[in-house]
Design a protein around this ligand. Structure first.
Ligand SMILES: Cc1cc2nc3c(=O)[nH]c(=O)nc-3n(C[C@H](O)[C@H](O)[C@H](O)COP(=O)(O)OP(=O)(O)OC[C@H]3O[C@@H](n4cnc5c(N)ncnc54)[C@H](O)[C@@H]3O)c2cc1C
Ligand SMILES: *[C@@H]1O[C@H](CO)[C@@H](O)[C@H](O)[C@H]1NC(C)=O
Ligand SMILES: *[C@@H]1O[C@H](CO)[C@@H](O)[C@H](O)[C@H]1NC(C)=O
Ligand SMILES: *[C@@H]1O[C@H](CO)[C@@H](O)[C@H](O)[C@H]1NC(C)=O
Ligand SMILES: *[C@@H]1O[C@H](CO)[C@@H](O)[C@H](O)[C@H]1NC(C)=O
Ligand SMILES: *[C@@H]1O[C@H](CO)[C@@H](O)[C@H](O)[C@H]1NC(C)=O
Ligand SMILES: *[C@@H]1O[C@H](CO)[C@@H](O)[C@H](O)[C@H]1NC(C)=O
Ligand SMILES: *[C@@H]1O[C@H](CO)[C@@H](O)[C@H](O)[C@H]1NC(C)=O
Length: 547
């Protein structure tokens, strides 16, 4: 009897223990669920408090436990390096569908003390619009993408979430003789592109995207919407190339459209070193012609290591010229016959087409593709990418080029894109916008390595490789500071931890991106966001209290 009672007692105790254990598990998971849930609840409540109920903000907030969270996050990841399980993820994503959602997101992230990352098209090469080391939320702008073209005024209001492809398409719908001098890749969005100083194949004729900005609307740190008049000329200047994300959330820009001829001409021509060692002369000559020729002519030079056809598996160099000319083929052939005889351009190498078809051709669509593809957003797909940038101010000698070809083929994967400046770029003062790289810069180099498989070892190798090439280039490029292009985001050139030395840390990358404009950006920043709410790895620091 006693024994049975003992058994019952121990069964009861075991049962109670089990119950306790279960209870504990559910309590602790409820607690951790509640941590996130309460952040979500508090944030949502705050958003609701600051928006009109009819704008339905609650349908635009995704917590990590939401079944659509992953697809929303991935939709605008444009670099597969930041699409891994080890990448830090946002606690919340707000997919603003109304301006008031943007205002409320700023107010609420600030009051809760959450870092806010702003994402328009997600093309940042370092992923800083959707990755962070501290707890953060993403303000996703892709739904705010209206475009209104005013042909009579030759201008357009375009919201940040619109892509360049959509912008070009909407212009073309209304006029065949207007265009916009923005970037080549149609899925890049306005928010990052314009605020970072974007450029494209009409840079020599019309300058940068920021050179066309007439007005803008921004949500400031207090959640107010300001246009050019309300924000004042200093802040307006800053968001023309200083990076929007240091100053506020850009809702839209008003941009000046530019005239384009009904017929433009493109061509692509290449030279391969082991078939023709005049590649060196070819690139050497290009350095002299491309930055100095007619403003309507943009000749991009691609330098890539490829497998030799004659000495497989050795590598050789391929130099490819990709061209846009705002005129017809006869004009282009006679111009280059005179200025660049080594090219041996023939009329049959050229293709005449409309401006919109040249946009498609530059974006590598097949001949005959309909402009509607420019409306595709190409969601949730990306290569693994690393980019770096440099500026060349004096031509590289033939010996220098020969030496470089050896380094590029030894490394084996990293290539260069040389983008000629000159033309309109020489006419605009370096202080006119935060983007400072004007007269005196012959061409910009983009270093580029892409790959397709996920592999930490490959990533490590390619990171080492592109850094090595960057280091080999030191004698050939700008110095003190060594210049860089903000839109080719590169965290190797410095990051800010926003501690006591934030100004000094900011200056390290700041003078590379902005040169003498850095201090003016710091002043604007200090005036408009003294508490540094709008910050990221390479944002503009405030003048700290010590200053
Ligand atoms: C495939 C590819 C091709 C490219 N081609 C070109 C080119 O031809 N010419 C060129 O100049 N550049 C080019 N770029 C670079 C591109 O211009 C920049 O990466 C640009 O910043 C991308 O803008 P986004 O809105 O798509 O990116 P995002 O990653 O969303 O944003 C980039 C930066 O801007 C900030 N930001 C975004 N939206 C806002 C906003 N509304 N308000 C405030 N801050 C904001 C982000 O926080 C981030 O710091 C290319 C990039 C890629 C990946
Ligand atoms: C809560 O958020 C943290 C931080 O992102 C995360 O690590 C954790 O797994 C989340 N917990 C739950 C239960 O979702
Ligand atoms: C929202 O407003 C209500 C009522 O004014 C208030 O009680 C609550 O604290 C507010 N919540 C947040 C998160 O702002
Ligand atoms: C996920 O979030 C969206 C946007 O807020 C919301 O509409 C949806 O109901 C949520 N889904 C779940 C399963 O919670
Ligand atoms: C090599 O290129 C030069 C001009 O760049 C050209 O004149 C020559 O015909 C080419 N030779 C071959 C074999 O292609
Ligand atoms: C491109 O297509 C047009 C007609 O669609 C054709 O006339 C032209 O020859 C094509 N060009 C090339 C290089 O394929
Ligand atoms: C991210 O990875 C998933 C697989 O894990 C893949 O389906 C998706 O296409 C990837 N997206 C991007 C932008 O790389
Ligand atoms: C990385 O580089 C090392 C050393 O050069 C090489 O042995 C290795 O095969 C490379 N790994 C990959 C995945 O390419």
């Amino acid at each position: 009897m006693q024994k049975m009672r003992n058994t019952i007692a121990s069964i009861t105790i075991a049962f109670l223990l089990l119950l306790l254990l279960l209870l504990h598990v559910s309590v602790s998971s409820a607690a951790s669920y509640d941590d996130n849930n309460s952040l979500y609840t508090r944030f949502l409540q705050c958003l609701e408090n600051h928006t009109n109920p009819s704008s339905q903000v609650s349908n635009q907030v995704y917590s990590q436990s939401n079944t659509s969270y992953t697809s929303v996050l991935r939709a605008y990841i444009r670099n597969a390096r930041f699409n891994s399980s080890s990448t830090n993820k946002p606690l919340l994503i707000v997919t603003a569908s109304h301006e008031s959602h943007v205002q409320a997101a700023v107010i609420c992230a600030k009051s809760i003390g959450l870092q806010l990352k702003i994402r328009s098209g997600g093309h940042d090469y370092a992923g800083i619009s959707y990755v962070s080391d501290s707890p953060f939320a993403i303000l996703d702008m892709f739904q705010l993408r209206s475009i209104s073209v005013d042909v009579a005024d030759e201008s357009v209001w375009v919201e940040s979430g619109a892509t360049l492809g959509e912008l070009y398409y909407r212009i073309w719908e209304k006029s065949k003789v207007l265009g916009f001098p923005g970037g080549v890749c149609p899925t890049v969005a306005i928010g990052g592109h314009v605020s970072g100083g974007g450029y494209g194949q009409m840079i020599r004729k019309y300058g940068l995207a920021v050179d066309q900005v007439l007005d803008a609307k921004i949500v400031d740190v207090n959640g107010n919407i300001l246009d050019r008049k309300a924000m004042g000329e200093d802040l307006f200047w800053a968001i023309r190339g200083g990076g929007g994300a240091s100053f506020g959330v850009i809702l839209s820009y008003k941009l000046k459209l530019v005239p384009v001829p009904e017929t433009v001409t493109v061509f692509r021509m290449e030279r391969i070193y082991d078939q023709n060692q005049s590649v060196t002369d070819f690139v050497y000559e290009w350095q002299k012609v491309a930055p100095a020729t007619d403003d309507g002519l943009f000749m991009r030079m691609l330098i890539q290591p490829i497998t030799s056809r004659v000495r497989r598996p050795e590598k050789t160099i391929r130099a490819t010229i990709v061209t846009m000319f705002l005129g017809n083929a006869d004009q282009l052939v006679s111009l280059l016959d005179k200025e660049f005889p080594l090219l041996e351009l023939k009329k049959e190498n050229c293709m005449e087409m409309s401006w919109i078809d040249s946009v498609l051709w530059w974006a590598n669509f097949d001949n005959g593709t309909s402009p509607e593809v420019l409306l595709d957003r190409d969601l949730d797909s990306a290569n693994f990418l690393i980019r770096k940038s440099d500026y060349v101010q004096t031509p590289i000698s033939k010996d220098g080029l020969e030496w470089l070809w050896k380094r590029v083929t030894e490394l084996g994967k990293t290539g260069f894109v040389f983008n000629p400046y000159g033309g309109k770029m020489n006419e605009i003062s370096p202080a006119d916008a935060p983007f400072p790289h004007r007269a005196g810069n012959l061409y910009k180099i983009q270093y580029s390595v892409n790959w397709e498989e996920s592999s930490p070892e490959l990533e490590k190798n390619y990171t080492t490789q592109i850094r090595r090439l960057f280091s080999y280039m030191t004698p050939f490029v700008s110095k003190n500071p060594r210049r860089a292009f903000l839109n080719y985001r590169d965290l190797d050139i410095g990051v800010n931890s926003f501690g006591e030395n934030s100004y000094e840390e900011g200056k390290v990358y700041g003078v590379k991106y902005f040169s003498d404009n850095f201090d003016r950006l710091v002043k604007v920043k200090t005036a408009v966001d003294p508490e540094n709410f709008f910050r990221n790895e390479q944002s503009i620091p405030t003048l700290s209290s010590k200053a």
